[in-house]
Each structure stands twice: as structure tokens, then as C-alpha cells.
Design a protein. Structure first.
Length: 257
């Protein structure tokens, strides 16, 4: 496995500065955040070619393009076309998309069908360029549980659709380890997040080493499925963000020894 940095972790900085941080702190690759300022509001081919050159100069792989393609938006086709162009220029073979639809418990049947049809189209287009499409396991999306994620993968029925593994922190969320076991064969990327549970039952984000998720167990489960992709730091927590980043990166590196 490799260690990656999601550039959203430093959303306040220009992307060039975040790439410099990733290089200096020993990351293997980065996931490019698909919103401003890291992704211009208007497609700019020259900008992304420059980003690719900078990443190459720092020996950083573009692990993924973290797009915001959502199959339920009116401009879905334009979103998809632009995001795939960006992914190709960056030289990445993975694009993150959203399933949308709101919490899986309340997704309407018509929306579920539309999500399936449109994600099938995304996978077909991406597959022409050997790009894998992966939905994120995220609260307030159809793919907020292992069951609904696996059902969507089955309904789309194409090998080019995978999933991110990301623990969800809510009272009715899947068990972290059972979820990893269920989606393990389909994991294309991992957002390594953690949180502490407060006395009122809610969760507060924290350093990856300090929360309720035991990442040694997660890594062991993923290894049992021969996962060799990225463990990515998506957010860092603390007043000194660079110190927090180093601690998270060192923790993940120790796990992978």
C-alpha cells in the first residue's frame, strides 16, 4: 500500500503549495480536490498540464481526481466530460464520483434507477481510457452503507465501478470492520479518517491514530483482499496543521511496515 494526501486537507492554499508539502513530507501521491482553488471553475487544460508537471517533478503520483460528478444534477453530462478530461491530463487512472440521492434509507426509487443508469454510462466512458470510477462511502449519499454500495455495484454490473472505503461516523453507521470486509474486494481507494465518540454519542474528528477506528485492523482486512492502493489523509486536525500532517503520515507509514 501507498500513502497519499488529499489536497482538500489544505484547501486554503494554492495547489502548487500543497504539492510542495506532499513532496516534502514523503507522500507517494495525491488526490486532487475537484473544487476551487485547486480546480478552476472553468476547464483549463494548461493549468492541469502544469499541475501534472509539478507532481512529476516531486515524484508524486496523481492517485485520483476527486471530482464532484453527481448523477442527479442537471449538468451531469458536462460534469462527467470535464472530469474525465481532467483525469486523463493528470495521468490518473481513478476518478472519484458521488452517488448522490441523500441518505440511502430515503432515496427515491426513480432516483436510484437514474443513479444506476448514469453511473453505468460514466463507467463505459471512463473504461475507454482504462479509468476506474469509484463512489465514496459518505453520509447523505446512496452509498452510505456497505449494503447499498454493493447493491449499486451489482446493479451497474461493470468491472469499472469500485468504491472508496471511508468509515462513516453516525449512530446507525456500519461496523467499521464488517464494512471493510464486505466492500474489500471492490475498494479502489481509502480515505483514512478517524473520530472520537463524545459523551452525547456524537463524533468529533481527530488524528488517525487517536479515534475509535483501529487502522491496524483495517489495513489487515484490506491486505487479505490484496489491496495495494492508497491510504489517504483527507483532513488534518489541530492548530499546527503541518505537525498534525506529519503525525498522521508517520502513523500510517508505521502501519505499513
Amino acid at each position: 500500500m501507498k500513502i497519499g494526501l488529499c489536497t482538500i486537507a489544505f484547501s486554503e492554499l494554492p495547489l502548487e503549495d500543497v504539492l510542495d508539502i506532499a513532496g516534502r513530507y514523503g507522500f507517494d501521491g495525491v488526490e486532487i480536490w475537484g473544487k476551487q482553488p485547486h480546480t478552476p471553475s472553468e476547464y483549463d487544460e494548461d493549468y492541469f498540464r502544469k499541475i501534472k508537471e509539478i507532481a512529476d517533478s516531486k515524484m508524486l503520483e496523481i492517485a485520483a481526481f476527486g471530482s464532484y460528478v453527481n448523477p442527479l444534477t442537471d449538468d451531469y453530462e458536462q460534469q462527467m466530460e470535464t472530469a474525465l478530461q481532467i483525469t486523463q491530463i493528470l495521468g490518473s487512472k481513478l476518478i472519484r464520483v458521488w452517488s448522490g440521492g441523500g441518505p440511502s434509507k430515503s432515496v427515491r426509487a426513480n432516483d436510484r434507477r437514474l443513479i444506476t443508469i448514469r453511473l453505468k454510462t460514466v463507467c463505459q466512458w471512463a473504461g475507454i481510457n482504462s479509468i476506474t470510477v469509484a463512489t465514496e462511502m459518505h453520509n447523505n449519499n446512496l452509498t452510505d452503507t456497505a449494503e447499498t454500495t454493493l447493491q449499486l455495484i451489482q446493479d451497474v454490473g461493470l468491472p469499472g465501478l469500485k468504491t472508496y472505503y471511508q468509515p462513516c461516523f453516525r449512530k446507525d453507521a456500519d461496523d467499521f470492520y464488517e464494512c471493510a470486509k464486505l466492500v474489500g474486494p471492490y475498494v479502489a481507494n481509502v480515505h483514512a479518517q478517524n473520530a472520537k465518540q463524545l459523551d452525547n454519542g456524537s463524533f468529533e474528528a481527530c488524528a488517525i491514530a487517536d479515534g475509535v477506528v483501529n487502522y491496524k485492523k483495517i489495513v489487515g482486512i484490506l491486505r487479505s483482499y490484496d489491496y495495494d492502493g492508497y491510504l489517504e489523509i483527507e483532513f488534518v486536525h489541530g492548530e499546527d496543521k503541518l505537525a498534525a500532517l506529519k503525525n498522521d503520515r508517520d502513523f500510517l507509514a508505521q502501519l505499513l511496515k
